[in-house]
Write a protein that binds this ligand. Structure first.
Ligand SMILES: *Cc1c(COP(=O)(O)O)cnc(C)c1O
Length: 422
């Protein structure tokens, strides 16, 4: 029955879906399956009851710190995903700001292209987000950040790379600003954490984006993206253990016992931890290098192919395998729909309206077919976007963003109706 129910799901194996699934081949999936099923019942809540999970987690963190140049004394925690890693980094900054700087209601500087998880974290944690504009290159504007920083600011955020355009923020400059002000700097490498180190090793020059940059105090990196792990695995890393202590939670008055936990969650899937450990060792450096080489080559082909189509332009200077493109001749959402009719599933960006590609090894064999379909779609007399894409285009343009938010909540309400069939 489960197999049959998957029939209408996004077909990630065929390389026609972008984002959501990072498929590194059937062999990797089979390794993940074995690890997941071996540890399906184990609970990461208790490292003392499950020394295996404790060792896996410590090893995963050591590997991540090795890739991202964590200095002597650097530490980290495994979480269930990028959102939780970011929640933890913001909570750490808030607690650090309160206890070290005595700031009751801290602010964080967040480029507008940074992931919504920072806004979610700020919302839950009662921290104030100060949005930082980006320049024409879609990178955080350092001078704007400088002028927006004040005595309540505790954290500067930068992305490596950003989700919308796949560009690197000016990390060294933003971290220098944090240093000058003696505050923290978080690099969101949820996307790039397990790919950029290999991009560099392949000889593509990148500005430093990790702990090599002096002012960077924490980094998030998702194992379940370019680490090719099963869903539910990410890391949040800190320059030193003193900083990480601000992340930990204790409750010492509970009749159920002394309680201490490192992250948001209580019970944690041992399966996700074991699977992440397994895939890191199964692929090894060689495996990740080879996958990175293939992903970059595929991205280069796609990028060149897109640029060769009249009217289409890639935005900014994508650092790795994430990019978006606009058209000065088409309603780009209508173009997205024409691709959808041909079986491709792309994300739609707003500000500016653009189509988004997240390239993985699964796309290697399909880049030419994609470009052929894109060329054909771009040559068609396109009717204006209809259905979902039209609604999306309309919502992107609505002035009253509270109204848009309410509309989205209504949509979610409808999607999650108890017992509803698709
Ligand atoms: C995916 C992503 C996140 C959030 O991660 P989840 O695993 O979806 O919670 C944060 N930042 C960036 C840049 C991302 O791409």
């Amino acid at each position: 029955m489960l197999e049959a129910r998957r029939r209408d799901d996004a077909d990630w194996r065929s390389g026609r879906t972008f984002s959501l699934v990072y498929h590194a081949g059937d062999e990797v999936v089979s390794v993940l399956r074995d690890a997941l099923s071996l540890f399906v019942m184990e609970n990461g809540l208790s490292p003392l009851a499950f020394p295996s999970l404790r060792a896996f987690e410590n090893d995963v963190i050591a590997i991540a710190l090795g890739l991202l140049h964590g200095p002597e004394g650097s530490v980290g925690s495994m979480t269930t995903g990028g959102t939780e890693s970011i929640l933890m980094a913001v909570r750490t900054a808030r607690e650090w700001g309160r206890s070290v700087l005595g700031i009751a209601r801290p602010k964080i500087l967040v480029p507008v292209t940074a992931h919504p998880a920072f806004h979610k974290a700020a919302h839950y944690l009662d921290v104030e987000v100060v949005p930082v504009p980006v320049g024409p290159d879609f990178r955080g504007d350092v001078e704007a950040a400088r002028s927006l920083a004040d005595e309540r600011t505790v954290l500067v955020v930068a992305s490596a790379p950003s989700y919308p355009q796949g560009v690197l923020d000016p990390i060294a400059e933003l971290a220098a600003l944090a240093r000058e002000r003696r505050i923290l700097c978080h690099v969101d490498a949820c996307l790039g954490g397990f790919l950029l180190p290999f991009v560099e090793r392949l000889g593509r020059p990148l500005p430093p984006f990790d702990f090599r940059v002096e002012g960077v105090t924490s980094i998030s990196a998702d194992l379940h993206k370019y680490g090719y792990a099963a869903k539910g695995a990410s890391v949040v890393l800190y320059r030193d253990a003193d900083l990480r202590k601000h992340q930990f939670f204790t409750h010492t008055e509970w009749p159920g016992g002394l309680y201490v936990s490192p992250t948001m969650t209580g019970t944690r899937s041992g399966a996700a931890i074991a699977a992440a450990w397994a895939v890191l060792h199964y692929l090894g450096e060689e495996g990740y290098l080879d996958l990175a080489r293939r992903v970059l080559a595929t991205t280069d082909r796609l990028r060149a192919g897109i640029e060769a189509i009249p009217g289409l332009h890639v935005l900014g200077e994508p650092a790795m395998s994430v990019l978006s493109f606009v058209s000065d001749r088409h309603d780009v959402y209508a173009l997205g729909q024409a691709l959808e009719r041909r079986g491709w599933r792309l994300d739609l960006n707003q500000r500016p309206a653009s189509l988004h590609l997240m390239v993985t090894p699964a796309h290697e064999a399909h880049a030419d077919a994609f470009l052929a379909d894109l060329r054909a779609a771009a040559a068609e007399p396109l009717s204006p976007a209809a259905g979902n894409a039209a609604v999306y285009g309309m919502l992107a343009a609505v002035e009253d963003r509270v109204q848009v938010g309410d509309f989205l909540k209504g949509l979610l309400d409808g999607i999650y109706t108890p017992g509803a069939a698709p």
